[in-house]
Design a protein around this ligand. Structure first.
Ligand code: URA
Length: 204
């Protein structure tokens, strides 16, 4: 991670999941149904890191099960990646939202909330030890590579992450879904698939 973490929580992934379920390091736990911890094999070779859970992830406690997850599933399948072999997680483990009528509208976690949550991502990285790390979207990319990172110009390029791992950032599926222009959506989706293909090639 680009910024150091004071103390990385100890224990297996199962222990971390249990500890994170009771996390009070920032106020987001108050409004959330679940802590959405990562999911996947304990020694997955590749880890995909999103932004933060949405409404469906909050309800189920599982990462990437809503609309963004469905688009990601499609892109992974096109790239030849098997979701069951990957470790999927998020930069921030709690849903943040504002109430609008009966809907819970997604809000982006603040820098302080992201900093408070970084311990869990640091722990997942240290336990899983993935050889390949994929940041989906700006929040994950900046957490991995620093605040100067720009998805638009720097996506799809491998960077060394210490001696044993490399990382790459690409579009977040939600960002693609939000793009107003159909041609830009199509182009960004093709870039997402192309970047995931690089991961599939590196895994083979
Ligand atoms: N967006 C994310 O970044 N993560 C999820 O788990 C779902 C939507």
């Amino acid at each position: 991670l680009a910024k150091p973490v004071d103390a990385i929580p100890a224990g297996s992934l199962a222990t971390l999941r249990r500890k994170a379920a009771g996390c009070r390091a920032c106020p987001l736990w108050r409004g959330a149904t679940h802590t959405v911890f990562g999911r996947g094999p304990a020694h997955a070779v590749a880890m995909l890191i999103g932004e933060q859970p949405g409404a469906q992830e909050d309800r189920t406690g599982e990462p990437f099960v809503g609309p963004a997850g469905q688009l990601l599933d499609r892109a992974m399948a096109e790239a030849g990646l098997d979701r069951d072999e990957l470790y999927l997680t998020n930069t921030v483990k709690h849903f943040k939202y504002e109430i609008r009528g009966t809907a819970k509208l997604h809000k982006s976690a603040s820098a302080a909330e992201q900093a408070a949550c970084r311990q869990w991502l640091a722990a997942e990285l240290s336990r899983v030890q993935p050889r390949l790390v994929v940041g989906l979207g700006a929040m994950a990319a900046k957490t991995l590579f620093g605040n100067a990172f720009r998805i638009g110009t720097e996506r799809g390029q491998w960077r060394e992450m210490g001696a044993r791992a490399r990382g790459v950032a690409t579009w977040h599926p939600s960002a693609i879904l939000r793009m107003p222009r159909e041609d830009r959506r199509r182009e960004a989706y093709a870039e997402l698939v192309a970047d995931l293909c690089k991961v599939a090639t590196a895994l083979a």
